[in-house]
Design a protein around this ligand. Sequence first.
Ligand code: FES
Ligand SMILES: [Fe+2]
Length: 498
Amino acid sequence: MAVGTPWFCANILFIAPEMREYPDALNIREETVMDDGLPTFETVFEDYTVPAGVKLESIPPVVIPVDAYTSETYARAENEKLWGKVWQIACRVEEIPNVGDYVTYEIVDESIIIVRTAPDQIQAFYNVCQHRGRRLMEGCGHAHQFVCKFHGWRWRINGQNVFVNDRKGWGDKMTPEEAKLQSVHCDTWGGWVWINMDPNCEPLLNYLDPAPDLLGPFQLDKMRYRWRQRLIFPCNWKTALEAFDESHHASTTHPQLNKYGVTPYWFCRTHGKHTWHGPAVSTNPGRPGATNSDTPAQSDGPDPRVAIWDSLNTIMVEVNSCTTDTIVNAAKRLIDELPAGTPTNVVLAHLSAAAERDDAARGVIWPKIPPEKMQASGHDWHLFPNSVILHGLTYALCYRARPNGSDPNSCIFETYVIERYPEGQEPKTEWEFVADPMDSRWPRVLQQDFDNMPEVQKGMKSRGFKGARPNPRQEVTVAHFHKTLASYMGLGAPQPFK
Ligand code: FES
Ligand SMILES: [Fe+2]
C-alpha cells in the first residue's frame, strides 16, 4: 500500500492517504492494452467514491468548436474582441523597481510600454511614436525619456511630449495633447502589473473577482521570480494553456508519477470568468487543498518519512517548482527526527512545522491562513483569459500563453516560478528564451506536457475531429473557459451533444 497518494501535475503534490489505490496499469502511456485482465480505465474511475466534503460540480456534455484553436479569421477577431477588452498580465512589479524602469509587453499586433513614473506609480502607454508610427522602445530597460529613432521626437516617461522636430511646421496645431503618448489602463494586483486597452474597462479587482479575496491571504505580491522561461510553441495559445487547465491528463501524460498514487477525481470550480481545479485532498505543506483536516493516520505501507521526502524531491527535480528547498530539506530530515511507525498525518504536520520554522529562521515568514481559507483559496487557478497560477504559502507556479501574432498555430508560452525570499536575497533573474521544448532547462514534466500540445493542434484540424469534448466533471475548467471566451467573441460557445 502506498504511503498515500502524492500526486501532482505540472507542479502539484498531493498526498491523499484515504484515497484508494489504483493498479499500476494506469501507466497507460506505455501500456495501452486494456485486455490484460485489469480493470478498464473507465471502471477504475467510475468505481471511485468521492471523499467526504468534496462536492463535484458537473456540466452537461458539450463540444467545443475547433475554430477557436485553428481559424485565422477567429485569431484576427480575437485581437479586437478579446485582447482589446480584457485585463491581462503585462509583467511583475519587481521588473520595474526604479523610476524610469520600463518593460514592453507584446500582444498580437500591439506593444505596450509599462514604466514606473514615480516610486508609487506605474503607467502604461502604447509603444508608438505619434509622428509617423515608429515603434519606440524594445525589450526592457531604464529611460529618462523615450526617444524616437526616426526623427527624434521625445517624451517624458509620463508620456508628455518634450520635443517635436520642426514643430513650427504644424503651426499651432501640434498641441501637447496631439503629441502625447497614448495611455493604456494599468493597475496592480498580486505583484503583477495588469493592463487593459479598453478605455471603458471595469476596474481590475471587479474583473478578477473573487480571486483577489480568495488568493489575497497568500500575499503573492511578496513573492519574487525564482526562474522564468519562454518559448515559441507550434500551437494555439489556448491549446497550450489548456494543458495546464486540468490535471485529468496527469496519470497518462506523467506516468512516472503514478508510483505515488493517482488522484482519480480532479474537481472544478467556476468563479466569474475564472476557474480552478484541484484534488480532493492536498497535504503538501504550504499548498491549499479542498479538504485537509480529516486525513487519517496510516500505519501500514512504506515508511512515510521516506516516501514524503522522495515525492517532494521528485517534484523539485521534475517540476522545479511547487515546493521549495526549505520544504525538501526539512523532508530529508524526517527520517532522523521522527521514530519509525509515525503515522502519515503526524509526519506531515511535523514537516510543515519544521519547514515553517526553518523559513522563519532565515527571515521568510509564512502567512497565517485558517484552514477554511486555505481550502476556499482553491488550487490550480485559470485567470481569464491567459494565466494559470498554482499558489502555495511561499511559492507559486505560473503559466502565461499568448498569441504569436495572428497565426492561430503559434503562441508565446511562458512558465515562471515566484517564491518568498528574505529581504534583499531575491535572485536576479531575466526572461530566458529556451527555444527547444526538450532542452533540459525545461523540467521533465513540462516536456511531457509540451509533447501533447502540438499534436493536439495538428489533430484538431482533422476532418475526423468534431470538436473538443471536455470531461463534464474534471474538465469543467476548459468548458467554462470557452463559455467566457464566447461571451467576448460572440461565437464559439460550447455546444450540447447532439
Ligand atoms: S516616426 Fe517617430 S519621430 Fe518620426
Ligand atoms: Fe501535465
